[in-house]
Design a protein around this ligand. Structure first.
Ligand code: 13P
Length: 259
């Protein structure tokens, strides 16, 4: 658990799953099970088509709402895109930016991730900026250079004043949806490297306010060991976030470590 005043954040990335009726049902179960606790920040990120329905289900609870992507412009001729303002109108407070699936399948690069991060912060959203290396990059000794490039690229021009709004998610690409998890020690060593880079980029005081989540096959069985690491401030959970019981039991592990 983080020793500083960083509240753990457990975020569910539902990816392209569930229609709005199914999403509402899952949101109801999560609200019923962990919707009143205050020790841990929790957020769920449904598809755009379910945001409005889920927003109504979480509105009176402590469950935050997140989106999985956004455009950096406020409005205009960008067919198929959604702006930060539109998300805010639905009471969205978090937005995932630069997920490896978007970098990989939709060619999002560091520059685009940077534009979206800045637009999200300006709109008072909390960006969850995803970074992480592929297996090839790790095996060829490029882990640190990739993390450095992605983090520096994403945060170009970001003010240290936004540090408590900013969330970084370290998601090693080889651990996403594969059942392979980084060991808690391996993850912690990358998280502490990220903290050091944040300190170089934003200054030490700001760096200590930024939450760094781990993502990649986090599940009830490994959550406690990961979340108990000093620089792991929460989790970004894919597969296990689609089952209310699995997701809330990860939240319970975080609560246990926070109290
Ligand atoms: P899994 O938890 O399914 O590995 O997905 C992780 C992820 O990509 C969260 O954004």
């Amino acid at each position: 658990m983080s020793t500083l005043a960083r509240k753990l954040l457990i975020a569910g990335n539902w990816k392209m799953n569930l229609n709005s009726a199914e999403a509402s049902e899952l949101a109801d179960s999560i609200v019923n099970q962990v919707g009143t606790q205050m020790e841990v920040a929790v957020c769920i990120c449904p598809t755009f088509t379910s945001l409005e329905a889920v927003s109504k289900r979480v509105v009176d609870s402590n469950i935050g709402l997140g989106a999985q992507n956004m455009h950096f412009e406020n409005s205009g001729a960008f067919t198929g895109e959604i702006s930060a303002e539109m998300l805010r109108h639905l009471f969205v407070s978090y937005v995932i930016i630069g997920h490896s699936e978007r970098r990989d399948y939709f060619n999002e690069d560091d520059n685009l991730v940077n534009q979206k991060t800045i637009a999200a912060l300006e709109a008072s959203l909390k960006p969850i900026v995803c970074i992480g290396e592929t297996l090839n990059e790790r095996d060829s000794g490029q882990l640190e250079s990739v993390i450095h490039r992605q983090l520096e690229g994403a945060l170009l021009g970001v003010s240290p004043n936004h540090a408590d709004q900013l969330v970084i998610a370290y998601e090693p690409v080889w651990a996403i949806g594969t059942g392979k998890t980084a060991t808690p020690e391996d993850a912690e060593s990358v998280h502490s490297f990220i903290r050091k880079l944040l300190s170089d980029i934003l200054g030490i005081e700001a760096a200590n306010k930024v939450r760094i989540l781990y993502g990649g096959s986090m599940k009830p069985e490994n959550a406690e060991a990961l979340l108990s690491q000093k620089n792991i401030d929460g989790g970004l959970i894919g597969g296990a976030s689609l089952k209310a019981h699995a997701f809330t039991s990860i939240v319970d592990s975080a609560i246990k470590l926070s109290s």
